[in-house]
Design a binder for this molecule. Sequence first.
Ligand code: HEC
Ligand code: HEC
Length: 377
Amino acid sequence: MSKCSNGLNHFTRMNGYHFARALGGWASSVTFYFVCTTIVVLASCKEDPVNAVVYDPTPFLLEFGGFPPPPLPADLVLTEAGVALGSMLFHETALSGDLTQSCASCHQQEFGFSDPNTFSIGIDGLPGRRQAMTLANLAWHRNGFFWDGRSPTLRDQALRPIQDPLEMHETLDNAIAKLRDKPEYADAFVRAFGDEDISADRIGLALEQFMITLISNDSRFDRYQRGELLLTESEARGLALFNTEFDPLGVVKGAECFHCHGGFNFTNDRFSNNGLDAGPPFADEGRYEVTGNPGDRGKFLVPTLRNIAQTAPYMHDGRFATLREVIDHYDHGVQASPTVDPLLQFSIDPGLQLSEQDKLDLEAFLRTLSDEAFLGL
Ligand code: HEC
Ligand code: HEC
């Protein structure tokens, strides 16, 4: 019974609206509305119950390989239908003010779900203020989302770009109205949530489900870790440099990267100032804008390095075009300031003094973090 009336609500709304527009006259549109409603009532109640669209509880099985289980939201219900709806929404341009932009416009799979532009351009042709972030392994974030961690959960995060005037620039009410006009969403919301009510909360929950499934764990490095292949000599040397501390006596070579980019996801998930600029003030104050704590000035989320060869340009402001520029920064380019991370003390001029071969090896190792399946290559 409820299935029958669910389907009805949708069809009467659609038909009433379209016929009324086509006819123009108020009286005739009302007559037509009732005629159509009656036809639809008869048609949908004859609907074959076997084919009726219903809630589909089939769980989505997350494959996280050798990674530790992610700290998922306690109330998360991850279903195949929910993930499928999230994917539709992620690619939906109707969520933007002028129907031209979707999440995928700035989070492109082949670039590790990031954007090759230094600053992404929103629908009004205006650039944002930060570089688009990769969306790999978001399920493991513990300290919030965005470069400054201002959003606590993915379901909250997902609604922000829709409303951001420099991004998709649309109101949630308009976005919802446009989705209601697309018949395919009624069924997708029923499968994912049990009825066809389209709300901002549900859009956030579906996008959260989809983004949780964006897991990158099959790079050459992962295969090496699973004992499926050997790294080249250069890659192996780069890995050792990455994981070793700098030795002021110069006996052991080390580049110190693991302190912040350690662990299976190549991030400690903390906020840190990696010495891009002298300050304060900093052109972008990062974490400080969220906490107001002077100790957070110029600090940003330590990003994952997974698929790093695909996610150029680098840093929150996209200032480095190549991995070599990044390595040169950590070699000797770190700027002193009251909040610069003490772990980078040896990267201030004259710096680590890595040799040309060291730099090539470090880059060769970083390139092993590319995951072709994740990138859709
Ligand atoms: C106009 C380009 C653009 C669009 C469209 C866009 N994003 Fe983003 N996204 C960015 C930028 C830039 C950042 C970093 C912003 C910041 O930190 O202030 C970001 C950050 C994120 C993050 C944070 C990742 C992390 O590691 O913390 C997530 C998640 C995300 N976007 C998801 C989405 C979703 C979902 C949509 C669609 C509803 C979307 N984005 C639409 C540009 C875009
Ligand atoms: C003290 C912590 C710390 C250390 C040590 C460190 N990083 Fe970083 N790294 C960061 C932070 C923080 C950012 C983001 C900074 C920003 O954008 O303002 C970052 C950004 C990066 C990026 C750009 C990522 C992106 O998506 O734009 C790369 C690549 C990188 N680091 C590689 C390395 C390498 C290689 C080493 C060792 C030579 C290293 N890092 C050492 C903290 C650190």
